[in-house]
Design a protein around this ligand. Sequence first.
Ligand code: A3P
Length: 323
Amino acid sequence: GEENYEETYQKHRELMLILPKAKGWMTEYLLQYQGFWLKPMDELKGVLLLQNHFKPRPSDIFLATFPKCGTTWLKALVFATMHRFSFDFSNHPLLNTGPHGCIPFLEVHIYKDYPVTNVELLASPRLFATHLAYHMFPENVISSGCKFVYLCREPKDVLISKWYFMAKLRPKELPPLSLREAFELFCEGVSDYGPFWDQVLVYWKASLESPDKVLFLKYEDLRREPSMFLKRLAEFMGQPFSLEEEEKGVVQEILKLCSFENLTSLEVNKTGVHRFSPEIVVNNRDFFRKGQIGDWESHLTVEMKEKLDRITEQKFMGSGLTL
Ligand code: A3P
């Protein structure tokens, strides 16, 4: 009931005072909770609400990403795939609504005091996006039988993508964050939902332990072999493409609908905005930049590249994972 929520809000207020702090990219500072850096207001509160009040369903599907690893693309692909029997490709919600309007972020929309979406009212299977690490999900969610699709990306490209995105969202009252400074923070693991490597590893391990519950994908693989990975994704979510659909070119239709070129050509993504919360309003066009592999090459020095590669190698050593 109400009192329980008040307890959670009280816990949030207490944690805000005691958790370790570090410099933020889009907010003045970040707080470290259960090993990860979160924005003090929305994100930390969202985690606490998830851990104390969320009612999972076995059919829930969570699209988990580190920011800038291709969340927008994954949302579009999953929405188009899961709802392909409900909509015509010529008159599709994705043509009028940005991908973020089609699939909500769990930790944002779970807010009891900001009911953009009442998550209880969503039809099954519910589709949620999240930037939270796997172990932040409470046991009742993990054991419910729900599924996670995790999409990761090469960290040097993540850093560059994030730096550009942050520059657009960082409040004007805060001094700009140079690439050098952003680089140092990223290397130390200090960025929203970071450390990057720790989040990737949590999902990588979960995918090895429960391959039928956690699908681990890479942005680069999806870029290079989109139809193969879209088919794998559909199968994992329990909606495999039939032979007939494949012959009719449904896979290609979905890829075309969700392509960088198509989405960026739409009016809604050129001029529309997405309201995550009363405070967080993002121009849809800011979710699309270049969509390329290896853009870091024109931004990072050799020394920066080597340092980041070394960290990645050390962190992933023995895990069997390479990015
Ligand atoms: P770049 O900044 O390297 O261009 P997220 O959606 O997690 O915020 O990630 C954003 C990154 O995904 C951006 O990378 C963006 O350009 C890219 N992106 C967005 N939509 C895409 C699409 N439909 N296909 C491929 N990449 C896409």
